[in-house]
Design a protein around this ligand. Structure first.
Ligand code: GDP
Length: 139
């Protein structure tokens, strides 16, 4: 089924000029980038986005890193897009990520791991709505 997922190219990646290389991996996997913008996340936006992790020891570090530079927020569309993008991203910790995945290719470490992707269709809808309106998405 064609579905949408939400993606973020994180500051560690934009800082190293990796947006194009990451987009190439996304597109080569058959996912279509149907909305995209480069923004600077406010602290409030990052705190809300990651509020499920608020109790984790790395929450402060995570919010700091997401607000440390520009990010590229995206909507990706395709067959089983949520699961497909999780596969293309690779494991959270790049040391455990499979060859050819974005995190294996580009992530620095478990915190600065270059990309975010929604973990369910419900979260994808909520996350997309935090950054895009339906009019921004051109399929
Ligand atoms: P994801 O869905 O693969 O992004 O992983 P999670 O939802 O578990 O974690 C969200 C984000 O928090 C990850 O992408 C990392 O940037 C960060 N994170 C997760 N675990 C750790 C950790 O052990 N240390 C640090 N510094 N950051 C972490």
């Amino acid at each position: 089924m064609t579905e949408r997922t939400f993606s973020i190219i994180k500051p560690d990646a934009t800082q190293r000029n990796l947006t194009g290389k990451i987009n190439a991996v996304i597109e080569d996997a058959g996912l279509r980038i149907v909305a995209q913008k480069r923004i600077r996340m406010s602290r409030a936006q990052a705190e809300k986005f990651y509020e499920v992790h608020a109790a984790r020891p790395f929450y402060g570090e995570l919010v700091d890193s997401m607000t440390s530079g520009p990010v590229v927020v995206q909507v990706l569309e395709g067959e089983g897009a949520v699961a497909k993008y999780r596969e293309v991203m690779g494991a959270t910790n790049p040391e455990q990520a499979a060859d050819g995945t974005i995190r294996k290719l580009y992530a620095r470490n478990v915190g600065e791991n270059s990309v975010h992707g929604s973990d369910s269709q419900d979260n994808a809808k909520l996350e997309i709505a935090q950054f895009f309106t339906e009019a921004d998405i051109v399929g």
